[in-house]
Ligand binder design. Structure first.
Ligand code: LMR
Length: 329
């Protein structure tokens, strides 16, 4: 039971008394916007434990969840300035500066989790991460959450027509705005920490998210209808302040990278299980009408997205689109 208890083995790593008082202790401040009992929240904690273990306590990761320090709109600048050392925004949130990252937002680009994994672990992921290394940033890893589902407070979302005239919150990526426009809806960008309030006051009618975010952010209190559509993917990019990263002694940097790589493998499994569990927990609340998209409905949504691929190609270039298509070929 991942989200009922939020359990990840913690406390197994008591501070090493020999390390106390070490004056060269290095602190990594890690800021993110979601709850602790989410895939990203748990991955951040696990990363902190592994870093402690592998560096013998020399490096301490301090995690700040729930947009306590920075909201979506200002965490990039914060890490660039060095006000925090590490962030892990949804890929959709960095695309104004790095448009290529929109590949993960393109609806129905990935038929299953394996195709997503091939994109993250293969040439697409490598290219995207390499492109991030500029302006005092360095891209270190890509983390999973899972497929996004659609919710609304107004009516069930089955056919494309059901979206017409509704206001949908997006994470701010142009391709997501375009996705909702093609469905006849009005997209608006709202940071995650203001999403619940926007839905509650009815400023926004619907949104798309993973089941674990819908459950942990209690969106079922303000959204009546859920369609399991798996139409898009929510992943994260782990970004560090480059001056800081390069200032780490090489042996320390290797150990931090090792902790990160292990966390990357771990969150993939954890996120899958967490999203499965979140569906059960959402059912148990009895607050949502849950509809599983039929193949015919999926076909109709895809038809509505029509030329989005062409639009996307202009945004991210034909090389990357070719790589993306090769994943499903
Ligand atoms: C959202 O804004 O809905 C998500 O990106 C939040 C997150 O970081 O999972």
């Amino acid at each position: 039971l991942l989200m009922l208890t939020g359990c990840v083995a913690t406390g197994a790593l008591p501070a090493d008394p020999e390390q106390e008082g070490l004056d060269e202790r290095i602190v990594i401040r890690f800021s993110h916007v979601v709850a602790e009992h989410t895939p990203k929240g748990q991955a951040a904690r696990r990363f902190a434990e592994l870093v402690h273990r592998y560096t013998g306590g020399r490096v301490e990761v301090r995690v700040f969840p729930n947009a306590q320090l920075y909201s979506d709109d200002d965490e990039m600048e914060a890490v660039r300035r060095g006000d925090v050392e590490l962030i892990a925004p949804a890929t959709a949130k960095i695309v104004h500066e790095f448009p290529e990252w929109q590949v993960f937002d393109l609806p129905y680009a990935f038929p299953n989790e394996e195709a997503v994994a091939r994109a993250m672990d293969g040439p697409i992921g490598q290219r995207l991460l390499a492109g991030l290394t500029r302006d005092n940033l360095v891209g270190l890893a890509i983390w999973d959450n899972g497929f996004k589902q659609m919710t609304s407070s107004v009516r069930p979302l089955r056919r494309p027509e059901d979206f017409r005239g509704l206001v949908f919150r997006t994470m701010g990526s142009p391709v997501l705005d375009e996705q909702f426009r093609l469905l006849g809806a009005h997209p608006v960008h709202v940071p995650f920490d203001r999403l619940y309030a926007a839905l509650e006051r009815g400023a926004v009618d619907g949104q798309e998210n993973t089941l674990s975010n819908i459950y942990t952010r209690r969106l079922y209190e303000v959204q009546r209808y859920l369609t399991i559509s798996n139409h898009g993917y929510l992943g994260y990019v782990v970004i560090a302040n480059r001056d800081f990263w390069e200032s780490l002694p090489p042996d320390i940097r290797r150990q931090v990278q090792r902790a990160l790589d292990e966390t990357t493998a771990w969150i993939r499994q954890y996120a899958r299980a967490a999203n499965v569990e979140a569906l059960e927990l959402l059912k148990r609340t009895g607050r949502m009408e849950i509809h599983v998209q039929t193949p015919e409905e999926r076909q109709a949504w895809r038809a509505a997205f029509g030329d989005l691929d062409k639009w996307m190609e202009q945004q991210i270039g034909s090389d990357l689109m070719r790589e993306l298509r090769a994943l499903t070929a």
